[in-house]
Design a protein around this ligand. Structure first.
Ligand code: NAP
Length: 308
């Protein structure tokens, strides 16, 4: 598995990481999910993404994966209101208490990257939440400070001297951050973790999406329909559902500045296929250009902002 340096953190991470959200939100069978993640770690994936707000996700890592702590770079997120912590969202207290809770739940000594989980630009600029994360770093509880979000807020965060990592949405139907955020991360040597990297499999009928993803993926499904582009248009003569995942993942990993793509899945076969797609390298320039043009044509006024 190809590795890339996660910006100025200096950490080498696999281009395909693993997003733990579906395991949490779809209430996947935990022993099976743990076996899947362990198998991915065995095959060279070395970045796991979780969050304080993913139900039971920290506890899952604590129970099944804490003994393999040296096998992966651990990324989590905090700052939102947490049940059981008597402090408002984005306060210094909620950030500090969330870091302590995360360490306890995951049964670990430190977190490699802790991100503020999608606060707005005004909250970022206010500085209270960010300062609390910086203090957690100074105390050795986290190793790097980052921000998860999109558009102008992510661009502002990427230029902040204390921020080493940005997590942002980039995919075939969510391209705004390519122009808004990636130039800033390249200038400041910031690591980029791409969330929603295969666009929540938006080529599928929405009724085939599982659980809450039926609502979550709806905007992307609509965008792809409006772009009106198919794998055949891109020169792939195969069943769309067979080739879209490969095209989507390679599109994301081809964008200059992207470090890793954290695809989420509860299906081990899909996880294995994603490893194979990630190893196929960048998409040809002409295919990337067609996908970029289809996006711009469908959204001529730039209204399709990066989605959280
Ligand atoms: N910071 C934030 O605010 C934020 C927001 C969203 C996501 N995230 C992070 O980013 C990660 C990824 O985002 P995501 O899970 O929303 O979206 P995604 O990775 O773009 O798409 C996941 C969907 O793709 C399907 N899939 C995966 N591999 C496939 C394959 N080879 N063929 C066909 N379908 C495939 C999965 O279904 P199956 O389970 O059936 O494979 C799942 O429905 C999350 O797990 C989370 O860690 C962070």
């Amino acid at each position: 598995m190809e590795k890339r340096r996660l910006g100025k953190t200096g950490l080498d991470v696999s281009v395909l990481g693993f997003g733990c959200a579906p395991i949490a939100y779809l209430k996947a069978d935990q022993p099976s999910a743990a076996a899947m993640v362990e198998s991915l770690l065995d095959q060279g994936i070395n970045l796991l993404d979780t969050a304080t707000s993913y139900p039971g996700s920290h506890e899952f890592i604590g129970q099944y994966l804490s003994t393999r702590r040296h096998d992966y770079v651990l990324v989590s997120k905090c700052g939102q209101k947490v049940a059981g912590i008597d402090a408002p969202a984005w306060s210094a207290q909620v950030v500090a208490a969330s870091v302590d809770l995360a360490l306890e739940q995951m049964k670990i000594d430190s977190i490699d990257v802790m991100l503020l989980h999608s606060c707005d630009l005004e909250t970022l600029k206010k500085g209270e939440a960010l300062d609390a994360l910086i203090r957690a770093k100074q105390a050795g509880k986290i190793r790097h400070v980052g921000y998860s979000g999109d558009n102008q807020a992510a661009a502002w965060a990427a230029a902040h001297p204390e921020i080493d990592v940005i997590e942002t949405s980039i995919n075939i139907v969510d391209q705004n951050n390519i122009e808004t955020v990636l130039p800033v991360v390249r200038e400041h040597d910031v690591g980029v973790i791409v969330k929603r990297p295969i666009a929540n499999a938006c080529w599928k009928d929405l009724n085939e999406q599982k659980g809450l993803y039926r609502t979550y993926a709806a905007n992307y499904t609509d965008r792809l329909a409006k772009m009106g582009i198919t794998p055949t248009d891109l020169g792939f003569d195969a069943e769309p559902s067979e080739v879209w995942p490969m095209i989507a993942l390679r599109f994301t990993l081809s964008q200059p500045g992207v470090t890793t793509a954290i695809v989420g899945t509860t299906n081990i076969e899909n996880a294995r296929k994603n490893m194979s797609y990630a190893s196929q390298g960048p998409l040809p320039e002409a295919i990337i250009a067609r996908l970029r043009n289809a996006f711009k044509k469908a959204d001529p006024n730039g209204e399709w902002q990066g989605l959280t």
